[in-house]
Design a protein around this ligand. Structure first.
Ligand SMILES: C[S@@+](CC[C@H](N)C(=O)[O-])C[C@H]1O[C@@H](n2cnc3c(N)ncnc32)[C@H](O)[C@@H]1O
Length: 279
């Protein structure tokens, strides 16, 4: 089984667990659950999106997609997992939000949206570790944006990713930060969903591509997308480490002062094409 296929099996199990997890709030009567709301980190990176067309990549079970639609955006969302897309459609229908959910591989996003161009491409937490070739991913993002359109990303900080991978993997490369560790994914022996309280017998690890912060920024800039803001945060949206506490806003941070950032937000814009001298 290839690394990608293995991860699909992992997600099939996790999707079902998350549909019943309190964090996603899918069992509750309303749009409750922390993942069904966007944090201040995400909303301030997004800015006002009422009326904007938003392409949401790797949307999982649609919690962030519905939150984006509730802010007034016209949302199209992609995920490769069929069950996730089915649950996302049900959830949007239940909340009476019109969202176009598409099942497919994000690496073919431009084809999946039939060449449509968006005001914003949104990428929520926990995506880049599933993708081996970030350069190709961000070139696809640039293709899906209209000139002047923005990529808005909220992601696990690569330093925090290395620290948590080191706890979850016996691969000696798990503790190594940076380029030398990224070519082959590391196997993480992690037996629970990020939204579950306890390990589950069904979940049997995953493969993770470790990208350094330099890899991410270079891939974005080479797409080409012009980086406008980049912020590092001491909070995240799930219990990534044991030594964490949940704040009033539903985000998690270290009990003791953080010695490294947990997440980052990045905003980058597709350049306007300059008219050539002949025009
Ligand atoms: C960690 S989850 C995203 C969680 C999301 N930010 C949230 O909080 O709900 C990653 C998602 O990426 C999807 N995924 C992984 N590889 C993909 C690919 N190549 N194309 C599209 N979706 C993919 C998985 O099916 C999964 O739903």
């Amino acid at each position: 089984m290839s690394d990608y296929e293995w991860n699909r099996t992992f997600f099939e199990k996790v999707v079902k667990i998350n549909a019943g997890a309190a964090d996603y709030g899918y069992r509750s009567a309303g749009p409750e659950g922390d993942r069904a709301r966007l944090t201040e980190m995400e909303t301030s990176a997004l800015g006002p999106i009422r009326g904007a067309s938003v392409l949401h990549l790797m949307c999982h079970i649609g919690a962030e997609s519905t939150a984006l639609a509730a802010l007034g955006a016209s949302v199209t969302a992609i995920d490769v997992n069929e069950t996730a897309i089915r649950l996302a459609r049900l959830r949007a229908e239940y909340l009476r939000l019109k969202i176009d959910f598409i099942q497919g591989d994000v690496r073919h996003a431009a084809g999946l949206v039939a060449g449509r161009k968006f005001d914003v491409v949104y990428m929520g937490l926990g995506l880049i570790g599933w993708i081996s070739d970030l350069g190709a991913l961000f070139r696809t993002v640039a293709t899906c944006l209209r000139p002047g359109g923005r990529l808005v990303m909220f992601e696990i900080h690569p330093v925090a990713q290395t620290a948590s991978a080191a706890e979850k993997s016996s691969d000696p490369r798990a503790t190594e930060y940076g380029r030398h560790a990224r070519d082959l994914p590391i196997r993480c022996e992690y037996r629970r969903s990020w939204a579950a309280e306890r390990p589950s017998g069904e979940v049997d690890g995953f493969f993770l591509w470790k990208h350094s912060l330099g890899d991410v920024l270079t891939a974005v800039a080479s797409a080409p997308l012009g980086i406008e803001t980049f912020h590092e945060h001491a909070e995240t949206t799930y219990r990534q480490f044991d030594d964490m506490t949940k704040g009033a806003g539903g985000t998690w941070s270290f009990v003791s002062p953080s010695i490294f950032p947990l997440t980052f937000t990045l905003v980058a814009r597709r350049p306007y094409t300059r008219p050539s001298m002949a025009e």
